[in-house]
Unconditional design. Structure first.
Length: 163
């Protein structure tokens, strides 16, 4: 595991116990699954890359669009195969094959992930077959490049962001 992956896992673990709050994104106060990923992004890079609009609890079902997967591809780069998933990767889940992705978490080991569990809190869960078969995408947080001349996230397989 790289130092970057270790940092992502450590940050995710720091959110454990944060109460579930729809649209929340504040460690220790409240977050949903999207807020967990947003909060880790802020802790890594200092600010979020784009503003997240308000969303209803049934946002995925109502729109019919795969907004979460589209945003993940835009911000993290292309999805990698589940067989190549590493600690610190973002996992997206869809409840059924014909539905948009609607849940997210961070892989913290080959068999565990951290996510904001509705009606509860941010928790570490086993990546049991019932979760594993629902994985819709695996994304990597961009690595930090210490080069001030770079101005934006590189959205390629290198997947880098300036420091």
């Amino acid at each position: 595991m790289s130092g970057h992956s270790e940092r992502v896992v450590a940050l995710a673990e720091g959110w454990i116990g944060t109460p579930y709050r729809h649209q929340g994104a504040t460690r220790g106060v409240g977050c949903d699954c999207i807020g967990l990923i947003r909060g880790i992004w802020r802790e890594l890079y200092g600010e979020e890359p784009e503003t997240v609009p308000a969303y209803a609890p049934d946002w995925a079902e109502r729109s019919g669009e795969d907004r979460l997967a589209d945003a993940a591809a835009r911000l993290f780069g292309p999805s990698v195969p589940l067989a190549e998933a590493e600690q610190g990767d973002v996992l997206l889940f869809r409840w059924r094959p014909d539905c948009p992705a609607k849940h997210a978490g961070v892989l913290v080991g080959p068999q565990h992930f951290i996510h904001a569990y509705e009606q509860s809190a941010v928790t570490r869960s086993a990546l049991v077959p019932s979760w594993r078969r629902r994985v819709a995408g695996v994304y990597r947080f961009p690595h930090i490049i210490h080069n001030p001349s770079l101005l934006q996230v590189e959205r390629s397989t290198k997947n880098c962001i300036p420091a």
